[in-house]
Write a protein that binds this ligand. Structure first.
Ligand SMILES: [Zn+2]
Ligand SMILES: [Zn+2]
Length: 398
């Protein structure tokens, strides 16, 4: 079964919607026009309850068919980035310094395409929640929707998300079971020494020397505390201290980032960092305090759901075009918060390879409209298989 025919039939309309959103990008939690557009489309499709205001600008559409208690959540993001677009085509951004450089315009359009098709075909038994999330780009949109009761008001047995991948040909998908994208944290270590004249070190406690020792000692976390088969990064990226050639300062500050693929590893790194910073500083008679701030949890696909979405993708593009052992990436994605609460999976859809395959977050990037019916078909197929009418569709649900 290739692309769903009915969806291929309105490919042009999806392209217009995608380019309209592209031309009017909005930053996280400011997506008022986009939110209005999504709500208007869902209403126009018919039979979909539209709920607004979750995570400020988020939108959830609920489509209930039949009376099965089974539910499924499909999620797309719709915020842009603070980038000045370099493209010259007709649908380029009309908002200065704002650009859909991560393809969220395409993700939203693919989910709208699935909603339009499912609202009409209604070939399933259960409830679909179309989740349109704001502020994915580091502003906490997923968490905000969850805080506003997303999964209380719209419970989902399973949830699925999709992101475009430049460098992967259109018509191909990739995914992996388990950890796929890194979790991240930022940290600050403040070292409190004792100031003195630069020529009289015996009168002070030098926080610069301590900062250097702490930086060196932190390297042992990856080499000696992390399991060798786990991927962990601890990077000190800033050292600040001192203003004069002849003054030993009172304080120094280290800053940096941590990346890893499990909650356990993140907890271990924080605990070791605190012990090293405080212990090394104490050895010199100084004090140290660690401020450790997790940003995103790692994105971890559930085994059954990863297999299920890969099976559905294979229905559309053929098994040979689905890589079930895709690469892990050190980038992060806040869909991970949703996956911490509901089992599900996140798949990558090809945005095109070869010369034109511009990376996301680049001012020359554009979502590839050829991928629209593929992604919309995958979202729709997830519903038709997961919520298959019992006794009618032997393709079966789970
Ligand atoms: Zn992005
Ligand atoms: Zn993105």
């Amino acid at each position: 079964m290739p692309i769903i025919e009915a969806i291929a039939g309105f490919h042009d309309e999806l392209t217009l919607i995608r380019r309209d959103i592209h031309a009017h990008p909005e930053l996280g939690f400011e997506e008022r026009r986009t939110s209005d557009l999504v709500a208007a489309k869902l209403t126009e499709f018919g039979g979909i309850e539209v709920h607004r205001g979750l995570g400020k600008t988020g939108v959830v559409g609920r489509l209930r068919v039949g009376n099965s208690p089974r539910t499924i959540g499909l999620r797309a993001d719709f915020d842009c980035l603070p980038i000045e677009e370099a493209n010259e085509f007709a649908h380029r951004s009309t908002h200065k310094g704002r650009m859909h450089a991560c393809g969220h315009d395409g993700h939203t359009t693919m989910l709208l395409g699935a909603a339009r098709y499912l609202a009409q075909s209604r070939n399933f038994d259960g409830t679909v929640h179309f989740i349109f999330q704001p502020a994915e780009e580091g502003l906490g949109g997923a968490e905000a929707m969850i805080r506003d009761g997303l999964f209380d008001e719209f419970p989902c047995d399973a949830i699925f998300g999709m992101h475009n991948r430049p460098g992967l040909a259109v018509g191909k998908f990739q995914i992996r079971d388990g950890a796929m994208m890194a979790g991240g944290a930022f940290f600050d270590i403040a070292i409190a020494g004792k100031g003195a004249h630069g020529a009289r070190p015996e009168a002070g406690i030098d926080p610069i020397l301590i900062a250097a020792h702490v930086t060196t000692a932190l390297q042992s976390i990856v080499s000696r505390n992390a399991r060798p088969v786990d991927t962990v990064v601890v990077s000190v990226t800033q050292i600040h201290g001192g203003d004069a050639y002849n003054v030993i300062p009172e304080r120094a500050v280290l800053r940096g980032t941590v990346r890893c693929f499990s909650r356990d590893a993140m907890v271990m790194v924080e605990e070791r960092m605190r012990r090293i910073a405080e212990g090394v500083a104490a050895g010199f008679g100084a004090g140290a305090s660690l401020d450790f701030r997790p940003l995103f949890p790692p994105l971890v696909n559930n085994t059954d759901e990863a297999r299920f979405i890969a099976d559905c993708a294979a229905d559309i593009v053929g098994e040979e075009n689905v890589n079930r052992h895709g690469p892990v990436t050190m980038a992060s994605e806040d869909f991970s918060y949703m996956l911490e609460r509901v089992s599900g999976a996140y798949i990558q859809i090809g945005n095109g390879d070869g010369a034109g395959a511009c990376e996301v977050h680049n001012p020359n990037y554009d979502f590839n409209d050829m991928a629209l019916p593929l992604g919309a078909s995958l979202f729709a197929r997830l519903v038709e298989r997961r919520l298959a009418r019992l006794g009618r569709d032997e393709a079966g649900a789970e």
